[in-house]
Design a protein around this ligand. Structure first.
Ligand SMILES: Cc1cc2nc3c(=O)[nH]c(=O)nc-3n(C[C@H](O)[C@H](O)[C@H](O)COP(=O)(O)O)c2cc1C
Length: 356
């Protein structure tokens, strides 16, 4: 299954979603690309384990992202694509985009806010750009802004539904009451919203569905709807190649359906995580002391935020799954073991073919 996005090619219709902090770095992304998909490194503190991070976090992150892209490209050995996920809510967004371009990534995928200015930074460079959207309204707003201000459109789009992991683009009341739009409805509405831009730019924008995409049946269904493929994240955590500590992966293997809960992020958005003593403290309204401020998120006010999300995510990726924040998608409980990535991908592709 070849997929062409502008001048770039993938051999599989699967994007491995970017996962911060440190869950998807060069090892997972490079191996994913090596199998022919798009491997995505998260730009949320990629330097957390690099020397210098504690004293100069931002500068270390810039150095780390370039290093991680280089390593991923080496692992990919010319196959698939290597992308980077950059959250709009992160401070010094433009500087990070510049580093990613210099690092030689194939694509930037950007969400957790509206990436209205992304084309300004990528102009004149050979890099694909894609927004992550959770509604047709957001897709229309982004594409209209890109068209008016920069005379261009998206190279591809990722739709992230309410079953996703990490930050969620849905209101708390809708998530709690299970009133969110389903992926199929959002997909159809997004397709209608982007049609005028596809016509104007004579380019069919590939759309990837994300959030709760877990097996080959989900992939087959997405393709039947007219998607170019899927973006999956939770499914790839329980692989040998995932960059997180073994305890993080094991927390997924051990999780039951009822352990998957919602939490509030200092970004101001809701997020999904595995229930643990840390989440219980948060949801009981307790403030969790932090040791410092990394000045990473624009919407986070260290004076009022009940916890530092960077510290909580770093504890988790290093294996402290009791006092860390273990982000996960709604399907986390379905992971029953830790497998080599190629085995997981082969299973998804085989199941997909059986269901097409
Ligand atoms: C542990 C974890 C961390 C994530 N971190 C990010 C992130 O830093 N930026 C982002 O845009 N999305 C992030 N996501 C969302 C994923 O990239 C992906 O779109 C989503 O989880 C897809 O749903 P799935 O997990 O059900 O496959 C994260 C998801 C998980 C599970």
């Amino acid at each position: 299954m070849f997929i062409t996005i502008r001048n770039k090619k993938m051999q599989l219709p699967i994007i491995q979603g970017g996962m911060g902090v440190g869950i998807s770095l060069s090892r997972l992304a490079g191996h994913m690309a090596g199998l022919g998909g798009m491997g995505v490194i998260s730009a949320a503190h990629p330097g957390y384990a690099y020397p210098g991070f504690e004293t100069q976090p931002f500068e270390t992150n810039l150095k780390a992202i370039k290093e991680e892209i280089k390593k991923a490209k080496e692992l990919a050995a010319g196959k698939g694509l290597v992308g980077v996920n950059i959250m709009v809510a992160m401070r010094r967004y433009g500087e990070m985009v510049k580093a990613v371009i210099e690092g030689g990534a194939d694509a930037i995928i950007s969400g957790a806010g509206l990436p209205l200015e992304l084309p300004k930074y990528t102009k004149g460079h050979d890099i694909l750009i894609a927004p992550i959207v959770s509604s047709a309204r957001a897709a229309q707003l982004i594409l209209r802004t890109w068209d008016k201000r920069y005379g261009r459109t998206a190279d591809f789009i990722v739709i992230e539904g309410h079953e996703a992991g990490g930050h969620l683009g849905f209101k708390e009341e809708d998530l709690v009451a299970d009133h969110c739009q389903d992926n199929e409805t959002i997909f159809n509405e997004v397709k209608a919203a982007i049609a005028p831009f596809e016509k104007k730019y004579a380019y069919e924008i590939p759309v990837f569905l994300a959030g709760g995409m877990y097996d080959g049946k989900d992939l087959a269904h997405a393709l039947q709807l007219g998607a170019a493929g899927v973006q999956m994240a939770t499914r790839f955590i329980c692989t040998e190649e995932c960059d997180a500590a073994l305890a993080y992966k094991q927390a997924f293997v051990n999780a039951q359906k009822e352990d998957i809960v919602l939490v509030k992020s200092p970004v101001g958005m809701m997020a999904r995580a595995i229930n643990n003593p840390f989440v219980q403290k948060l949801n009981a309204g307790k403030r969790i002391e932090r040791t410092r401020c990394y000045q990473c998120l624009i919407p986070c006010d260290p004076k009022t935020t009940p916890y530092c999300i960077t510290e909580a995510l770093i504890r988790a990726v290093k294996g402290d799954v009791e006092d860390g924040l273990v982000f996960c998608g709604s399907n986390a409980y379905r992971n029953d073991g830790i497998y080599p990535l190629f085995q997981v991908v082969n299973q998804i592709m085989q199941e997909c073919e059986e269901n097409l």
